[in-house]
Write a protein that binds this ligand. Sequence first.
Ligand SMILES: *[C@@H]1O[C@H](CO)[C@@H](O)[C@H](O)[C@H]1NC(C)=O
Ligand SMILES: *[C@@H]1O[C@H](CO)[C@@H](O)[C@H](O)[C@H]1NC(C)=O
Ligand SMILES: *[C@@H]1O[C@H](CO)[C@@H](O)[C@H](O)[C@H]1NC(C)=O
Ligand SMILES: *[C@@H]1O[C@H](CO)[C@@H](O)[C@H](O)[C@H]1NC(C)=O
Ligand SMILES: *[C@@H]1O[C@H](CO)[C@@H](O)[C@H](O)[C@H]1NC(C)=O
Length: 487
Amino acid sequence: MNCRELPLTLWVLIFVSTTESCTSRPHITVVEGEPFYLKYCSCSPAHEIETTTKNWYKSSGSQERVELNPRSSSRIALHGCVLEFWPVELNDTGSYSFQMANYTQKWKLNVIRRNKHSCFTERQVTSKTVEVKKFLQITCENSYYQTLVNSTSLYKNCKKLLENNKNPMIKKNAELEDQGYYSCVHFLHHNGKLFNITKTFNITIVEDRSNIVPVLLGPKLNHVAVELGKDVRLNCSALLNEEDVVYWMFGEENGSDPNIHEEKEIRIMTSEGKWHASKVLRIENIGENNLNVLYNCTVASTGGTDTKSFILVRKADMADIPGHVFTKGMIIAVLILVAVVCLVTVCIIYRVDLVLFYRHLMRRDETLTAVVDEIHSLIEKSRRLIIVLSKSYMSNEVRYELESGLHEALVERKIKVILIEFTPVTDFTFLPQSLKLLKSHRVLKWKADKSLSYNSRFWKNLLYLMPAKAVKPGRDESEVLPVLSES
Ligand SMILES: *[C@@H]1O[C@H](CO)[C@@H](O)[C@H](O)[C@H]1NC(C)=O
Ligand SMILES: *[C@@H]1O[C@H](CO)[C@@H](O)[C@H](O)[C@H]1NC(C)=O
Ligand SMILES: *[C@@H]1O[C@H](CO)[C@@H](O)[C@H](O)[C@H]1NC(C)=O
Ligand SMILES: *[C@@H]1O[C@H](CO)[C@@H](O)[C@H](O)[C@H]1NC(C)=O
Ligand SMILES: *[C@@H]1O[C@H](CO)[C@@H](O)[C@H](O)[C@H]1NC(C)=O
């Protein structure tokens, strides 16, 4: 039997002795003020009934031994093979003997003081050691006084856990937190007086003596996204036995890297009496050489090893921008794009109005001033050739003007053509092919029956196609508005 088993065995013995019906221990320590009894061990039921004389004697110190009888003390009761104290007091300390015919049994009784400041007396505790995860049972029982017990309470470190129970008990798998003093207090009535008997267990929880196979927590391979120039902390944590070790391993071909530091190991005991260790590897100012290499963390014990690896990978550029900033940026970009598209669309739609407005502002004059009679020289000096297609106004003279003008416009490229359709181009058979190929924006269609207002789109478009002209103040109002109508 080794030393570890001793407290356990002792406890079992003591526990058994409290439930025994006779008092086999020759040396007994008891706390003052509690009911107590001594019982002769070879007492058979036959003996109990037998009329054989049974004698109880007490001797203390130098005193002669005296025979005990109910008259010697009101606290003493004799029931055949049993001597009862209601309750036992300090002056009951001494040697006791029982005699029946030629049978005899002796005890040494030591009554000790009660601890007035605690719910139990330290000298009277029964120690028990339980391993973590092993079965822990605390039962409050007293077989001798069973029939007299009114109620029983169970205390842990003098704090009530269970009360008024007939047989309070605890049954569980031991944890470190279960350590403490457990006191069973039985209350019983005798001759109208209330007594209590306290039994205290000193429960010590020790860690599981069997070794576990240590394990590293988390996945075996970890990809850690990092940014160059930043720091990273690789946390390696393990569940292990007290004597196991955790260490980091990584390639150090080019000597030890001054940017890599192993931090101090942190250990915390688990409720199962094992250890939770964590060790951090700090890599400062991450460089290209730190990327895509293995940083291994290993836990080693007599039972074997476990390794996990970390790999640093470059964080994707996109992910560099914090999520919310990225979203905001995207929204702003889209809004700007929409605004630009709207602006361009508006510019295209109101192109004519915008140019006219610009001309009005700048007051530029692109027209020529010379007046020439001859058609040709007139055409030569013209900046625009306005062709008004109308069946009722078609003559040879007009055809000449048209043809020479078109020549200037299309061959010499000196003037620009503006075609105003009174009648669709397709209705004329003699028109040169080139006229039909005129850019569509240079063709204005007259659709109305009556004259259009000067503000109408037709006149604005015509004005737009014409060269810019400075507006002379004072002449604007007197100028006759152009009128175009079928005549
Ligand atoms: C038990 O009895 C003793 C005296 O006999 C008393 O001092 C003590 O307070 C009692 N304990 C409880 C829990 O009542
Ligand atoms: C209770 O047990 C612990 C551990 O075995 C021991 O250190 C302590 O002294 C004991 N307490 C008493 C009052 O016996
Ligand atoms: C315990 O004692 C109290 C009062 O002395 C009594 O009222 C109660 O019924 C008793 N309980 C038991 C279980 O004997
Ligand atoms: C490492 O991780 C463990 C759990 O996985 C945690 O308990 C511990 O506090 C961490 N250590 C550091 C230094 O972050
Ligand atoms: C790290 O662990 C892996 C897999 O267990 C192994 O192949 C590699 O050689 C180890 N590297 C170092 C530097 O210990």
